[in-house]
Design a protein around this ligand. Structure first.
Ligand code: ARG
Length: 463
């Protein structure tokens, strides 16, 4: 007879290629902490419900603790022929404590077991990425605080548009990350229900206490439907979607770091600790870390697509396809964790160049809107004011001057509402300060935004 764990009805061993093809322990082995926690919760409940004797339960719990210690020490003997993490641990338990070990799986299936393990793992992984995001937010708020006085061009279409503060730009990144954080927190809340006790698909004949195991594992409640509990993975779609959006944000931030550290912009210098040289060009200092963050986005978006396609078309309840959920989920969480850590270090150690940013404000007519606004605030319809300002920009380009270098006569010729106070409006600091609206770049709005973000981060640390 075969020694398969589900052995009785099988006469032949699994074909070697089939065994290798279906084994997953190299990927799901990292679920061991969740698997052991889940088993302990299950077996204690079985004893409370008198489904198992307390002697058996105690023996099983002690055996599982020994296995946990052995895995932690690194001397656990993982065996691919035992297929997955669940069978590896259960087999080790049975070989360590004998008959009692064989009672652990009473009223349980690997289907509810793996769904439980994955929810526990993902809940924790969301928490840890949320902490990574908070760490990057701390870096951004500190950098913003130190760079309120740095004026720079704001861009649309990557063309110099209007002046802003560097702090305002950094706080824009923070807002994007803040929403990413919110999406992960929401996903973690919704996934926090326990599949355990749903068994293979239809529950079990044993009088399990699903509330008790849910509570022991920190879930809010047992999942309401056993078919759904073992067959659904939208908790992964949701959290990995949040990660995919986050990594698109990280990629956009990374792209700006790459641009800004180019000689064309030279708005910043990345630290040597986060740049690399070239094997052939001695002068090079390349922003490889943000480039890799940008490049790794494909892994995370790919993981989401992988999960969506894997799930599409699956009938209820459990299907073996679901085993393929782990690699993309792990990849997405690991990648975003690394990207957040690298960006935190790269941004914290970067130095911004105030003069270069200020110089960039001098070319590009970033004060053209000021001219239009000046006229509009004196009663000229904005559309007309825009046209007049455009003509003045055209004239300045022809004459190779800036708007503030044009003489007053040029303004007066363009529109009779002009007087010499127009030149006060052309100062960049003034232009930024006049943008004193909610969400704007004026000093007061930016320092308020910094204080508000600091307060939020502090409240989270205190919580
Ligand atoms: N390794 C499997 C997975 O991750 C565990 C569940 C196996 N269940 C089954 N009926 N073969 O999905």
């Amino acid at each position: 007879m075969s020694d398969k764990a589900w052995g009785g009805r099988f006469e032949k061993e699994l074909d070697a290629i089939a065994a290798r093809f279906s084994a997953s322990v190299d990927v799901d082995g990292r679920l061991w902490p969740q698997d052991i926690d889940g088993s302990i919760a299950h077996v204690r409940m079985l004893a409370d419900r008198k489904i198992l004797s307390s002697d058996d339960a105690n023996e099983i719990v002690a055996g599982l603790q020994t296995i946990r210690a052995s895995i932690e020490r690194g001397d656990f003997d993982w065996d691919e022929s035992k297929e997955d993490v669940h069978m590896n641990i259960e087999a080790a338990l049975i070989s360590a404590i004998g008959e009692a070990g064989g009672r652990l799986h009473t009223g349980r299936s690997r289907n509810d077991q793996v769904a439980t393990d994955m929810r526990l793992w993902t809940r924790q992984a969301c928490e840890s990425v949320v902490a990574d995001i908070d760490a990057l937010l701390e870096v951004l708020v500190d950098k913003a605080d130190g760079h309120v006085d740095f004026l720079m061009p704001g861009y649309t279409h990557l063309q110099r548009a209007q002046p802003v503060r560097l702090a305002h730009h950094l706080l824009a990144w923070a807002e994007m990350l803040e929403r990413d954080r919110g999406r992960l927190v929401d996903a973690a809340k919704r996934m926090n229900e326990s599949p355990l006790g749903s068994a293979a698909l239809a529950g079990t004949t044993f009088p399990l206490d699903r509330e008790a195991t849910a509570k022991a594992l920190g879930f809010n409640r047992p999942m309401r439907n056993s078919l759904d509990a073992v067959g659904s993975r939208d908790f992964l779609l949701e959290s990995v979607s949040a990660l995919a959006i986050c990594s698109v944000h990280l990629s956009r931030i990374a792209e700006e770091l790459v641009l800004w550290s180019s000689q064309e912009f030279a708005f910043m210098q990345m630290s040597d600790a986060f740049t690399t040289g070239s094997s052939i060009m001695p002068q090079k200092k390349n922003p490889d870390m943000p480039e890799l963050v940008r490049g790794k986005t494909g892994r995370v978006v790919g993981s989401l697509v992988n999960l969506l396609v894997m799930l599409k078309g699956l009938p209820l309840a459990y299907n073996r396809d679901l085993q393929e959920d782990k690699a993309p989920a792990f990849e997405a969480f690991d990648t975003v964790h690394d990207c957040l850590a690298v960006l935190s270090g790269a941004i914290a150690s970067a130095r911004f160049d105030k003069e270069r940013m200020a110089a960039a404000l001098q070319a590009g007519f970033l004060d053209a809107t000021e001219v239009a606004d000046w006229l509009a605030s004196r009663g000229v319809p904005f559309r007309d004011a825009h046209h007049v300002a455009g003509k003045l920009v055209h004239q300045a380009i022809q004459e190779g001057r800036t708007l503030s270098e044009l003489p007053l006569e040029a303004y007066e010729a363009a529109h009779d509402a002009f007087d010499d106070t127009i030149f006060l409006a052309l100062d960049m600091e003034t232009a930024v300060e006049r943008r004193d609206v909610v969400g704007g770049p004026s000093r007061a709005r930016v320092t308020d935004a910094i204080a508000e973000l600091r307060g939020r981060l502090q409240a989270r640390r205190d919580a």
